[in-house]
Design a protein around this ligand. Structure first.
Ligand code: MG
Length: 169
């Protein structure tokens, strides 16, 4: 059962949509991560897991903060040197990844492995967010979206009893 949608959760989902990220696209990343491990995982289950991750207050806070910083950078309203760093999506900055890890952290070590993998492969919506099109900045959002998917996949992995509770022979 998914919890009722609070105003902050709805605002978070609206912001993701406004920045070109549909929850279905995040669910596709969850399927990408888990398809070889959870037999018969459906789009509906993946989407429900994304919804559950987005119900967490700390996840909502990270997303609205990251998106706000991306938008501020697009409007050239950040202080220097932060404006240039975020605009260039500088590899050594690292705060975008740190913010993403605060989401991944919620569901334990499987989440970290998933996040590292998806951040390297950048499938689906992550490739689009990483395109660095002129005037469009997703320095924070790409990591946050990867983290939501990694956390949602980790939730499913923990719930999957296929590999757990197998009695010892
Ligand atoms: Mg980034």
């Amino acid at each position: 059962m998914t919890k009722p949608t609070t105003a902050l959760k709805q605002r978070t989902i609206d912001l993701l949509n406004e920045r070109g990220v549909a929850l279905e696209a995040i669910a596709d990343l969850v399927i990408f991560l888990q398809k070889d491990y959870i037999v018969g995982l459906t789009n509906e289950e993946a989407l429900a897991s994304v919804q559950t991750v987005l119900s967490k207050r700390e996840v909502q806070n990270a997303i609205i903060t990251g998106i706000q910083l991306d938008i501020a950078a697009e409007h050239h309203t950040l202080m220097e040197p932060l404006q240039t760093i975020v605009e260039r999506d500088e590899g050594l900055y690292g705060v975008d990844e740190t913010m993403a890890l605060s989401i991944v952290d919620i569901y334990g070590s499987i989440g970290f492995t998933n996040y590292g993998y998806i951040d390297r492969v950048k499938p689906g919506i992550l490739a689009k967010l990483n395109a660095h099109e002129p005037g469009i900045i997703h320095t924070f959002l790409d990591d946050l979206v990867g983290a939501i998917a990694a956390a949602a996949a980790a939730r499913l992995a923990h719930d999957d009893t296929g590999e757990q509770d197998t009695p010892f022979k």
